[in-house]
Write a new protein. Structure first.
Length: 297
C-alpha cells in the first residue's frame, strides 16, 4: 500500500492511496465550527418559538373578538412563552393527548383569564345584560310581595337590601322615578346592542384615526359619535401582556394566582421567560463577537 497523501483542492481535502481517492469537505477550525453550531442552535430556537406562537395564534384567533391585529413583537413572544408553559405542564402531568380540555382549548382558557383580569387581548364589548331581578312571592299562593319602598315597609327594605341587593336597587329606583328608570334600562339595552354589533377587524384597524396624530380627525370623530369613538380609541392601543420583565404588572399577576391552574402555568412561564432572555442575550453577544471578528479579518 502506498503512503496516503492529503491534498488541498478548492475547498476540499483529497485523500489518495493505491489508485483511489476520497474527497472530503474542508473541516472548519474549532472556533468556526462552534460558531456554526451556536448559529444553528439559535435558528432552531427561533423556529421553535415561531411554531409556539402559531399554536397560540390558532387558539387566539378562534376566540370571540380577538385583537390579533394589535399584537406587538413583545406580546407575540409572551403568547409563545405561555404556549410552551401549557405544553410543558401537559407533558409533565401526562396530559399530552388529553381532550378535556385540548391544548388549544387550554390556551384559549388562559387568554380568556388574562382578559378577565384586565389584559387587553380581547375587544371591550358589552357583556350580556344580567337577568332582571326576580320579585319575591308568597310560596303558597304565588302572589308577588309589594315593593317595600312603595309601602314604606322599613323592615322589608332592610331584609331585601341584605338578601337581594339587586332587587332592592331596582325597587328603590322604581319608587323614586318609575318612568325614568324604565327609560334608562331601555337606553342601556339599546346602547349595549349597538356596541355589540360594531364591526371591527384588521381592515377597520388600519383606518382607525387614533392610530395617527391627526387631532382634527379624532376630534371630529368624538364629536360625531362619542361612544363609537371611545371604542375605537381603546382599539388603537397595542396588546400588552405585562407578565415578565420591566413591564411586569403585579396586580395582574396577583389576580392570575387566585386561579390555581393559571397560577401554575404562570410559574412555569416565568422560568421559560428567564431562559429565553438568557438565550437572547447570549445570541446578541455572539453576533457582536462575530461582527468584530469579521472586522479584524
Amino acid at each position: 500500500m502506498t503512503h496516503p497523501k492529503f491534498l488541498a483542492r478548492a475547498g476540499f481535502f483529497v485523500f489518495e492511496a493505491d489508485g483511489w481517492s476520497l474527497h472530503c469537505l474542508v473541516i472548519d477550525t474549532p472556533r468556526k465550527t462552534t460558531l456554526k453550531l451556536k448559529r444553528a442552535k439559535h435558528i432552531m430556537e427561533s423556529t421553535q418559538r415561531q411554531n409556539l406562537f402559531k399554536f397560540a395564534l390558532e387558539a387566539y384567533s378562534d376566540m370571540k373578538h380577538p385583537r390579533t391585529y394589535a399584537l406587538t413583537d413583545e406580546s407575540r413572544t409572551v403568547l409563545a412563552i405561555l404556549a410552551q408553559a401549557i405544553l410543558q405542564r401537559r407533558t409533565a402531568e401526562d396530559r399530552v393527548n388529553a381532550n378535556n380540555p385540548t391544548a388549544k382549548e387550554e390556551m384559549a382558557q388562559l387568554i380568556q383569564k388574562l382578559s378577565d383580569v384586565g389584559v387587553n387581548l380581547l375587544q371591550k364589548r358589552p357583556d350580556e345584560p344580567p337577568p332582571p331581578p326576580v320579585p319575591w312571592k308568597d310560596p303558597v299562593t304565588g302572589a308577588l310581595l309589594p315593593n317595600p319602598w312603595m309601602t314604606k315597609d322599613l323592615k322589608g327594605q332592610t331584609l331585601l337590601t341584605q338578601r337581594d341587593p339587586h332587587l332592592a336597587d331596582h325597587y328603590k329606583k322604581m319608587a323614586d322615578d318609575p318612568f325614568g328608570t324604565l327609560a334608562a334600562l331601555q337606553d342601556a339595552e339599546a346602547e349595549a346592542r349597538s356596541l355589540a354589533a360594531i364591526p371591527y377587524d384588521a381592515a377597520h384597524h388600519k383606518l382607525n384615526p387614533f392610530l395617527g396624530d391627526n387631532r382634527t380627525k379624532q376630534g371630529e370623530f368624538i364629536k360625531s359619535d362619542p361612544e363609537l369613538a371611545k371604542f375605537y380609541e381603546e382599539e388603537a392601543k397595542p396588546v400588552s401582556i405585562p407578565l415578565f420583565g420591566r413591564n411586569k404588572n403585579m396586580t395582574v399577576e396577583a389576580r392570575l394566582y387566585k386561579d390555581p391552574k393559571a397560577g401554575a402555568t404562570l410559574k412555569v412561564a416565568g422560568l421559560i421567560a428567564q431562559q429565553w432572555l438568557a438565550s437572547d442575550r447570549q445570541a446578541a453577544l455572539e453576533q457582536q463577537k462575530a461582527a468584530q471578528a469579521a472586522v479584524d479579518n
